[in-house]
Design a protein around this ligand. Structure first.
Ligand code: PLP
Length: 417
């Protein structure tokens, strides 16, 4: 078999709609400044698919800080990896601020959360160590685990009984090998929006002796009284040994960080291959992140506004009988029943006739026959946006249950690849 032929024949689960949905469901081009109102294919749309939780992407002070840093330093600065020639006092300052925000001793910046998470896992573990992790963990955790040659035990999403059962296996395995145990979960699970049971997990620490790593990509800046994340929300900041956040969501930037004890950060900085062998975060990202941190710390009203919109949207959807699962965070899934084809027609109807842009999740990410529309409320949205959206969702749901969308054809919306 020719390798290229094989690759083309099997484009993976996400490639299934490549020909019918390129440029529309996948790789759509949203145009205009980042906000609740943007343009899609020349038409204005109300956008619910950006993780711009606190509305910082287009905040005037953020835009100014980003632009000034780009003008002062250029995008190329600093040149080189942190370890060799890419270290600056601003990188260190941002790390100090992140550590203090997370009430940890120390923090280290990551170029892209994804790459960082892979390397955190890789750096912490050797073949004697054992991992216990949630079955719905993000791809960056699963890919980090691919590098781990020791034992691993997965537990069904948030199932604390099975978690303890797996911990028992892990304890036995670690005692035999002489290794340690790392438990990994997300804080806010990015697809369904429910929270990792951090409190429940932390309660087992004493009995089984493990370290806890939490990926709080969606919780950083949005959850907890001061926005410090899901660990703050659940009152277990001390119980989380390693806190991981990304700048890709509430911070509306690029990059991420890990916060933990100082000696562990010291070890990670000498071991994380994706950071040692890759260029340092550019200065505009770092200066821009400092400005974002200042706003997050000093303007709780940004988070309050976010939660006003979240509450209105989730309450409104529930009142209209929509199934929004178990979300406890801003992430708002709406579960409907239908075929993949119907899902594509619903989304096209929402975009073309109601001017509403949201993301669609279909089989195999969700079970066959389930359509998940995912809404991300932000502090840039208004209560009027919420009302328009709930009304539109009610209309498309009626059409869906009345069988008005074709069950077996896709709307002709794709761009030519
Ligand atoms: C749960 C979770 N972890 C990690 C990441 C990766 O972060 P980044 O975009 O900074 O690479 C994401 C997505 O962005 C995410 O949703």
């Amino acid at each position: 078999m020719d390798l290229f032929q094989k690759v083309v024949n099997n484009m993976g689960p996400l490639g299934q709609l490549a020909d019918v949905g390129y440029g529309y469901y996948y790789f759509p081009k949203l145009e205009g400044e980042i906000s609740n109102h943007m343009t899609f294919r020349g038409k204005p749309v109300l956008v619910w698919s950006l993780n711009n939780y606190l509305g910082l992407a287009n905040h005037p002070e953020v835009r100014q800080a980003d632009a000034e840093a780009a003008a002062r330093f250029g995008m190329g600065s600093p040149m080189g990896a942190r370890m060799m020639s890419g270290q600056t006092k601003y990188h260190e300052q941002l790390e100090h601020e992140l550590a203090s925000y997370e009430r940890k001793e120390s923090a280290y910046l990551l170029n892209y959360g994804y790459m960082g998470m892979v390397s955190i896992i890789d750096s912490l573990l050797d073949r004697h160590d054992v991992v216990v992790y949630d079955s719905e963990s993000h791809a960056c955790i699963l890919d980090g685990l691919r590098l781990h040659i020791g034992k691993r035990f997965v537990y069904p999403h948030n199932d604390m009984e099975r978690f303890e059962a797996q911990l028992k296996h892990a304890r036995k395995a670690a005692d035999l090998s002489g290794g340690g145990i790392l438990v990994i979960t997300e804080g806010v699970f990015g697809m369904p929006g429910d929270l990792g049971n951090l409190k429940g997990i932390v309660a087992f620490k004493e009995k089984y002796g493990f370290r806890l790593l939490v990926d709080d990509a969606h919780g950083f800046g949005t959850m907890g009284k001061s926005g410090a994340g899901t660990s703050e929300e659940q009152g277990v900041m001390d119980g989380v040994d390693l806190y991981f956040g990304t700048f890709a969501k509430a911070m509306a930037g690029i990059g991420g960080f890990v916060a933990t004890q100082k000696p562990i950060i010291k070890a990670l900085t000498f071991k994380m291959r994706s950071q040692i062998f890759a260029k340092s975060l550019p200065m505009p990202m770092v200066m821009g992140a400092l400005k974002r941190m200042e706003l997050i710390r000093n303007h709780p009203e940004l988070r309050e506004k976010l939660w006003t919109i979240v509450t209105a949207l989730q309450k409104g959807l529930r009142e209209k009988g929509f199934d929004i699962g178990k979300t406890q965070s801003p992430v708002t899934p709406v579960f409907l029943k239908g075929t993949v084809q119907e899902a594509t027609q619903v989304v096209a109807d929402l975009r073309e006739n109601h001017g509403i842009f949201c993301s669609m999740v279909i089989y195999p990410v969700v079970p066959k026959g389930v359509i998940m529309l995912r809404l991300i409320p932000t502090s840039a949205h208004t209560l009027e946006d919420v009302k328009i959206t709930i009304d539109a969702f009610s209309e498309v749901r009626t059409k869906l249950t009345e069988g008005k969308y074709s069950k077996d054809t896709f709307p002709p919306v794709a761009d030519k690849y």
